[in-house]
Design a protein. Structure first.
Lengths: 523, 349
C-alpha cells in the first residue's frame, strides 16, 4: 500500500473483461476485441440486446442505453397502437355527431315556425341548418380521412420499431465496451449482470409504458379508465392532469400576504430609516449632477475621461454627452446616472466586505451561495412586490431593487479574488510577522484587486440594466422614458431612450476600466 | 563558544481531524505511519524530531519530497503548530508565545526564504525588501535605507524600482534573500530556496549565500532535497525520511559513515574528494608491506588531514607511495596508488 491508498495491479484484458461481464464472457471478450480492433464502426451484433431492448440495458447496468431505447421503443409502440386500435378522428366524429343533433334541432324549429306561419324566421333557421350541414360534411370527411390513415401509421410504427431494434442490436456492444473502459478506471461503475437492477428496470417499464400507450392511443383516456376501474382511476385520480386545484397555493399565498403585511407594519421604522439613508445618498449625487450647471458637469466628466482613460475615451465621452444634451435628455440622464451611482456605491460599500468575509470563510460562503443565486436568478418583478410593500414607490425603492440584482457579482468576484491569492504569498507575509489586518490590506486586497474591479464593473453594468425595471415602481429617469414608450408603442422614443442608456453605460464602464488600468500600470 | 540557538525536542506533527487521538495512540501504542493512516485517517508529517542548531551554524535538512522537511522548518516560526513536543528559539519557548509575541518574534528574529519566492507582485523590489520592516512599523526612510543596503548585499543594486515580474528567477530569489535579511534576524530559515532555479544559477547563488553567511554569521536552517547542496553549504546535515530524522552529522560523517541503507543510497553518487581525508584511508606504517621499487625515504610527505583531492595532486608527481604524518610530523601511515584509488571509489580503506 502507498500513501495514496492506491493499489497498483496490472490487469490483463481477458481477465478483466471476464470480471466485468461476469456472464457470457467468451462472447463479450470476442466482441470487445473486435470493437477495439476496428477503426470506425465495428459491426458487432447483440441478439439479446435487440430482443430485450431496454431490459438488457437494465440487466447490464447500461442506464443510458436503457433510457434512450425506453423512449424510442415507446414512440414506435405508440404509433403501432394508434394504427391498431386508436380511434383516429374520434374528435372529428364527436363534432360531426354534435352538429347532426344541432341541425335536427334547427330543422325542427323551422318546421314549428312554418306551422306557426312565420316563414321569414323559418328561412333563417333553415339557412343556419344548411351552413351547419356543410361544416358537418367537412368534419365527416376529415374523420374518414383520419381513419384511412390508420394503416399507414401502423406501417410507420412497425418500421420504426424495426429500426430501433436494429439500433439496439448494433449499439449494445459498443455501449457496453465504453462502460467497460469507464469501469476499468472507476470500479464503482456497475458491472456484471444484476438481477436487482433488471427488476428495477422492469418496474420502470411497467410504470411508464402501459399508461403512456393508453394516453396516446385512446381518445378520452380518463373516461375509459374510470369505466374499467369503477371510477377510481380516471375519475377520482385523472391521468391527464394532476388532481389538485390551487387550494394549497391559495392558502400559502394568503399566509405570505399576511407575513409581509405584518413585517411592513411592525418594522416600518426600519424601512423608513433605510429609505432615508438611500435618499440622502441620492440627493447628494443629484445635487452634484443636476443642480450644478450643465457646462461644469460636462467639462468635469470629459476631463475626467481624458485624465483617467486617455483621449480616445474622452472623445467618445464628449460625443455621448452631446447626444444626451441635444436630444433633450440631459436632465433625466443625470437622474439615471445618480440612481445608478447610488446603487453601485451601495453595492460596493456593502458587497466588498461581504465578499472578503465569504472569501475567508468557506462555511459562510456555503450559506451565502444560494442567497446570491436567488438574488440573481429570481425575476425582478418578484422582489419588486415586497419592496413596494415595505418601501413604497419612488427612487429609493428603485435603488433597492437595483441592489438586490447588482450586488451579487461584486460579492462573488471579491470572494473569488480573495480565494485566488496564492497560499505561498500569504504564508510569506505571515512569516514576516503580519497581523491579520496587515495581511488583508498589504497582501490579500491588492492581489485580489483585478477580480474586485471586474466585480465593480459588472455591478455598474447590471445596475444600468435595472433602470427600466426600477422605473416600474416609480423611479424616474431614462427608464421611465422607455417604459412610457412601451406603453404607447412609441418605437422611435424607445430606440432613442435605449441608446441613451447604452451610452451612459459605456461612458461609465470605459472611464472605470481606464482608471483601473492606469492604477495597475502595465500589468 | 557554542550556544544552542534552536532546540527541538520530540516534535510530532500529525495532520488530520483526529490528530490528538492519533497522537495519544502513537505515544501509548507506538503505531507506525501506515497504521496511523488506516486507523485515524491522519498523516504523520513529523515524527519525534529532536535536534539543536548552534549559533552561526548552517544546519541543512535534507530529504526527498514528502519527507517532512518543509513541514519541519515551518515549526520553527510556528507557521505550523506541532502536535506534541517543544520548540525553543533564541532561548524562548515558541509554543508559549501569544499572538503579538509570536508576530514580534517573526518580524525581528526570524527571516525566511521560500522556494517559490512569494514576492508581492504589486510592489517594487524595494518595497518587497522593506516589507518586514513595514510590518514592524518602521518609517519609509528607514525602510528605503535598509532595503538599499540589503539589495547591495545580494548584488541587486539598480533594480530597486523594478517589479518582481521583470526579474529572472535567480534575481527574484535574491530579492527574497534580501527581504529575509532586511529585518536583520538572528535566524534564517531557508525552505528549498534554490530548488526552482537552473543548475548554473543555483551554484552561483549557493556561492553568494555562503559568502554572505560567512560575513553575517547568521544561524541558518537550510532545507534542500539535494545532497550535493547540503554538503556544499551545511556545517551539519540532518537527513529525513518519512518524517523522521535518520541521521545527523557533519558532511564527512554522513558520507563516510552512513547510518543505514537509505542514507547509503544517497551518498553513493556523491564525490568524496573533498570529504574524505588521508587518515581514514591510510595503511598504518607498521602493517604496510613494501612493494618492489618502494623507497619510503624518497616518498612525499602529507598531513593526515589532507583530502583526497590534494592526495591525487601529490600522487601524480611521484611513483612512490605517499607517507602520512600526524600533527607532530611523525610518519604514521602510507597510501599507495591502489589504496588511493580504492579511497576515491568508496571513501573506505
Amino acid at each position: 500500500m502507498t500513501d495514496t491508498g492506491l493499489e497498483a495491479g496490472p490487469r490483463g484484458n481477458e481477465l478483466s473483461v471476464a470480471e466485468f461481464v461476469q456472464e457470457n464472457e467468451s462472447y463479450y471478450s470476442k466482441q470487445f476485441a473486435k470493437i477495439q480492433g476496428t477503426t470506425g464502426f465495428a459491426f458487432s451484433w447483440n441478439t439479446m440486446a435487440a430482443l430485450c431492448g431496454p431490459l438488457w440495458g437494465a440487466l447490464r447496468g447500461a442506464w443510458g442505453f436503457f433510457w434512450t431505447f425506453l423512449v424510442l421503443e415507446l414512440f414506435a409502440l405508440v404509433q403501432i397502437g394508434r394504427g391498431l386500435w386508436g380511434e383516429l378522428g374520434a374528435d372529428q366524429i364527436a363534432r360531426y355527431e354534435k352538429m347532426l343533433v344541432n341541425i335536427a334541432k334547427r330543422e325542427q324549429q323551422a318546421k314549428d315556425l312554418i306551422a306557426a306561419g312565420d316563414t321569414a324566421d323559418a328561412e333563417a333557421k333553415l339557412k343556419i341548418a344548411d351552413n351547419l350541414k356543410r361544416v358537418a360534411a367537412q368534419a365527416k370527411e376529415k374523420a374518414d380521412l383520419a381513419a384511412n390513415e390508420a394503416f399507414s401509421i401502423l406501417i410507420t410504427g412497425l418500421v420504426l420499431l424495426l429500426i430501433v431494434k436494429l439500433l439496439e442490436g448494433f449499439l449494445a456492444n459498443r455501449t457496453y465496451e465504453k462502460q467497460y473502459l469507464n469501469w476499468r478506471a472507476n470500479p464503482a461503475i456497475q458491472s456484471g449482470v444484476n438481477k436487482l437492477s433488471a427488476l428495477f428496470g422492469a418496474v420502470l417499464l411497467i410504470a411508464i409504458w402501459p399508461l403512456t400507450l393508453f394516453r396516446f392511443t385512446v381518445s378520452d383516456p380518463d373516461g375509459k379508465l374510470s369505466a374499467l376501474t369503477n371510477g377510481f382511476i380516471g375519475k377520482q385520480i385523472p391521468i391527464t392532469e394532476f388532481p389538485v386545484n390551487r387550494e394549497y397555493f391559495a392558502v400559502l399565498a394568503k399566509k405570505g400576504d399576511a407575513g409581509f403585511d405584518w413585517l411592513a407594519i411592525n418594522f416600518s421604522h426600519v424601512f423608513k430609516g433605510i429609505t432615508a439613508g438611500i435618499r440622502a445618498v441620492l440627493d447628494g449625487l443629484e445635487v452634484i449632477l443636476i443642480d450644478t450647471p450643465w457646462p461644469v458637469v460636462m467639462i468635469v466628466i470629459v476631463v475626467m475621461a481624458l485624465r483617467l482613460a486617455g483621449p480616445r475615451v474622452a472623445i467618445f465621452t464628449a460625443a455621448s454627452l452631446a447626444y444626451l444634451a441635444f436630444m433633450g435628455l440631459w436632465k433625466i440622464s443625470m437622474i439615471t446616472v445618480a440612481l445608478i451611482g447610488a446603487g453601485a456605491a451601495l453595492c460596493v460599500i456593502i458587497g466588498i466586505p461581504l465578499g472578503i468575509w465569504f472569501g475567508k470563510s468557506k462555511r459562510a460562503y456555503t450559506f451565502a451561495e444560494p442567497v446570491l443565486d436567488f438574488m440573481q436568478t429570481m425575476p425582478a418583478f418578484v422582489y419588486l412586490i415586497p419592496i413596494i410593500a415595505f418601501f413604497g414607490t419612488g427612487k429609493p425603492p428603485g435603488v433597492l431593487a437595483t441592489l438586490v440584482f447588482a450586488m451579487p457579482p461584486v460579492i462573488r468576484l471579491t470572494a473569488l479574488g480573495m480565494r485566488g491569492v496564492p497560499e505561498t504569498t500569504k504564508e510569506a507575509a505571515v512569516a514576516f510577522g503580519c497581523s491579520k489586518w496587515q495581511l488583508l490590506t498589504n497582501v490579500e486586497l491588492p492581489l485580489a484587486m483585478p477580480s474586485i474591479m471586474t466585480g465593480i464593473n459588472q455591478t455598474i453594468l447590471m445596475s444600468l440594466s435595472m433602470v427600466v425595471i426600477a422605473s416600474l415602481i416609480g423611479a424616474e429617469g431614462l427608464g421611465a422614458l422607455i417604459l412610457e414608450a412601451l406603453q404607447y408603442a412609441a418605437k422611435g422614443q424607445g430606440l432613442l431612450g435605449g441608446l441613451a442608456i447604452l451610452l451612459c453605460a459605456m461612458v461609465i464602464d470605459r472611464i472605470a476600466q481606464g482608471m483601473y488600468r492606469r492604477k495597475v500600470g502595465g500589468l | 563558544m557554542t550556544e544552542d540557538v534552536i532546540t527541538l525536542e520530540n516534535v510530532w506533527k500529525i495532520f488530520g481531524d483526529r490528530a490528538k487521538e492519533a497522537m495519544r495512540a502513537v505515544q501509548e501504542r507506538g503505531l507506525s505511519k501506515p497504521e496511523v493512516l488506516s486507523e485515524f485517517e491522519c498523516v504523520v508529517g513529523i515524527a519525534d524530531c529532536s535536534f539543536s542548531v548552534q549559533r552561526g551554524e548552517i544546519f541543512c535538512v535534507m530529504g526527498l519530497s514528502g519527507s517532512g522537511k518543509s513541514t519541519m522548518v515551518r515549526h520553527l516560526n510556528r507557521l505550523i503548530e506541532p502536535t506534541a513536543g517543544s520548540i525553543s528559539v533564541l532561548g524562548k519557548d515558541m509554543l508559549s508565545l501569544n499572538g503579538n509575541e509570536l508576530r514580534e518574534m517573526r518580524a525581528k528574529h526570524l527571516g525566511m526564504v521560500f522556494q517559490h519566492m512569494a514576492l508581492l507582485p504589486h510592489r517594487t523590489v524595494r518595497d518587497n525588501v522593506g516589507f518586514p520592516l513595514q510590518v514592524r512599523g518602521e518609517p519609509k526612510s528607514v525602510r528605503w535605507e535598509v532595503s538599499q543596503r540589503c539589495l547591495n548585499m545580494v548584488n541587486l543594486d539598480g533594480y530597486e524600482d523594478r517589479f518582481p515580474r521583470e526579474l529572472s528567477g535567480g534575481m527574484q530569489q535574491r530579492v527574497g534573500l534580501a527581504r529575509a535579511l532586511a529585518s536583520d534576524p538572528e535566524v534564517l530559515l531557508m525552505d528549498e530556496p534554490f530548488s526552482a532555479l537552473d543548475p548554473l544559477i543555483r551554484r552561483q547563488l549557493q556561492d553568494q549565500f555562503m559568502a554572505l553567511s560567512a560575513e553575517l554569521n547568521k544561524t541558518t536552517v537550510f532545507i534542500t532535497h539535494d545532497l550535493d547542496e547540503a554538503i556544499r553549504i551545511g556545517n551539519r546535515i540532518a537527513i529525513m525520511k518519512d518524517g523522521r530524522i535518520v541521521q545527523i552529522g557533519t558532511p564527512e560523517q554522513i558520507v563516510t559513515n552512513p547510518a543505514d541503507d537509505y542514507v547509503r543510497d544517497f551518498v553513493e553518487g556523491i564525490s568524496k574528494l573533498k570529504l574524505v581525508f588521508a587518515r581514514s584511508i591510510m595503511e598504518p606504517l607498521g602493517s604496510y608491506e613494501l612493494q618492489a621499487g618502494d623507497d619510503l625515504a624518497q616518498s612525499p610527505r602529507a598531513s593526515h588531514g589532507t583530502d583526497l583531492d590534494q592526495l591525487i595532486d601529490i600522487a601524480t608527481t611521484t611513483t612512490q607511495p605517499i607517507v602520512i604524518q600526524d600533527d607532530e610530523n611523525n610518519d604514521v601511515g602510507v597510501i599507495n596508488k591502489s589504496r588511493l584509488l580504492k579511497g576515491i571509489q568508496g571513501g573506505k580503506a
